[in-house]
Write a protein of this length. Structure first.
Ligand SMILES: C[S@@+](CC[C@H](N)C(=O)[O-])C[C@H]1O[C@@H](n2cnc3c(N)ncnc32)[C@H](O)[C@@H]1O
Length: 243
């Protein structure tokens, strides 16, 4: 194994499937891949060994999630990190309105820089935790990848999903066992239809597994902040909208 310092930070060439997925947005996707492979690695937002497999394991893996989003959807991506999947969705789909929620300053700084660099005027970056937004915002779709085990993921995500909307969580192969173990929080959060979907067949191998949970509970907006479990007042997130 080479030392991290020896691992290449070169942007890997895009595989042939990239153009079919990103179409007219391919140049933007390539620019983002370049920023991840350079600044993303230098700032420790993505591991150096991820750089050679950026396309398959990260950009394409996330991009196919967009197939599940209807046109003009309001999307909130929780725990975006370096922008996965939220920024990739915004790059592929300019019709979406995408809110990226991430508590760590180092990461939101990178996200804001990428948004400005790529001119993604339909993206909002919020520095804060998912719980900070409860009772203040709701979205048609709440996405995430590698955020938390399912019970906590439901606690953080479902209060942000509007009635009839969906949680869309990128998950691993053990998702069905996770669902079985999370029956109580699913019920408590008004989870309706629960589906395990496979997207990206023929584009990436393995394809992406997505847990979709429909929300059936009525809106809690306007009822004031939802109290946190620890009894503390919710911290107001800082919200920056780019023109
Ligand atoms: C394992 S990383 C995954 C990052 C990205 N989604 C990905 O797949 O590369 C989890 C991210 O969730 C963020 N996070 C942790 N607690 C959170 C919370 N309560 N609300 C929102 N994001 C949170 C972390 O700061 C971190 O960036």
């Amino acid at each position: 194994m080479p030392d991290d310092a020896e691992v290449s930070r070169e942007t890997p060439p895009p595989p042939p499937t990239v153009e079919g997925v990103f179409a007219s947005r391919t140049a933007l996707a390539e620019r983002y891949a370049g920023l991840l492979a350079t600044e993303g690695v230098i700032r420790g937002l993505i591991g150096p060994r991820e750089a050679p497999r950026l396309w398959e394991r990260h950009l394409l893996n996330c991009a196919v999630l967009a197939d599940l989003l209807p046109e003009d959807t309001d999307v909130c991506d929780l725990g975006s990190g370096a922008g996965l999947p939220g920024l990739v969705l915004a790059i592929r789909r300019p019709d979406l309105r995408v809110t990226l929620v991430e508590p760590l300053l180092r990461r939101t700084t990178f996200l804001e820089e990428v948004v400005a660099d790529l001119g993604l005027s339909h993206v909002t970056v919020i520095r804060g935790r998912a719980e900070d937004l409860h009772g203040l915002h709701e979205f048609s779709a709440v996405t995430s990848r590698a955020l938390a085990p399912l019970p906590r993921l439901l606690d953080w995500s479902m209060p942000l999903v509007q009635a009839g909307g969906s949680l869309l969580a990128m998950k691993g192969s053990s998702v069905r066992e996770e669902i079985e173990a999370a029956r109580e929080p699913l019920r408590r959060h008004g989870g309706g239809a629960v589906e395990v979907l496979t997207v990206g067949v023929g584009i990436i191998d393995p394809p992406t597994t997505v847990l979709r949970v429909e929300s059936t509970r009525s809106s809690r907006l306007g009822l004031g902040d939802v109290p946190r479990k620890d009894g503390a007042s919710p911290r107001r997130p800082s919200r920056r909208r780019r023109k």
